[in-house]
Design a protein. Structure first.
Length: 218
């Protein structure tokens, strides 16, 4: 059965169930047998051959010309920053939002504001908040996480827990990843009170990494 037909059937069954329940109360006052039959009919009508629909997922914000311009400015600001040794992840966003950077290293331990440093030396070295944004003249807030160049897979997440004002509009942001022999740049839009656990992933190869293994760095 197609999804529209199944959805229509579920709606009709639910409506019939409510009506049957009401009639059963009236019928039960005159005939216990009639009330029992109507309750049985309501139970059968409420059955369906599929699971209930899942939660609604809000659509991703559209890229408007204004948001694109802001994201490009943030990317340009990141491009001005100097190169660094090891693995460096930087998140740039505007003063209207308080975004948080999450970086998970090869040992599946995540570095963020409540867990720094990690067992292999990952550390949040810059954490920006609304209070700091209000006095900033740069127009871009930049958070930074650094790891030693340990081989393995890394995962970057972004959270938007708080807006720095009355508006809770989607916030464009930019990411820059510097790893041995590799640079990754990414632009996206954060949604208020939505945590994106995987915005991007990257790997540091054994040849490009330092000789220190995760086990030796504990």
């Amino acid at each position: 059965m197609t999804r529209p037909l199944r959805s229509r059937r579920r709606q009709l069954a639910g409506a019939f169930s409510v009506l049957a329940g009401a009639f059963s109360l009236l019928a039960g006052a005159f005939s216990p047998l009639a009330g029992a039959l109507l309750l049985l009919a309501a139970a059968v009508a409420g059955c369906d051959d599929g699971p209930p629909p899942g939660p609604l997922v809000a659509p991703r914000p559209a890229w408007t010309s204004e948001r694109t311009s802001v994201a490009n400015e943030l990317a340009a600001r990141l491009a001005e920053l100097p190169d660094a040794d090891g693995v460096v992840v930087r998140l740039a966003f505007g003063p209207e939002a308080d975004l948080d950077l999450y970086v998970t290293g090869p040992l599946e331990e995540t570095v963020y504001y409540a867990n720094t440093p990690s067992r292999i030396g990952g550390e949040l070295v810059e954490d920006r908040r609304c209070e700091q944004a209000s006095g900033s003249q740069e127009g871009a807030q930049i958070e930074e996480v650094r790891f030693p160049a340990v081989a393995g897979r890394y995962r970057v997440g972004v959270d938007y827990p708080r807006a720095c004002g009355d508006t809770r509009a989607p916030a464009p942001f930019g990411l820059r990843v510097d790893a041995p022999g590799n640079r990754v740049e990414h632009r996206a839009i954060a949604v208020h009170q939505v945590f994106e656990p995987i915005v991007l992933e990257f790997e540091v190869g054994v040849d490009a990494a330092t000789r220190t293994s995760p086990e030796d760095s504990r």
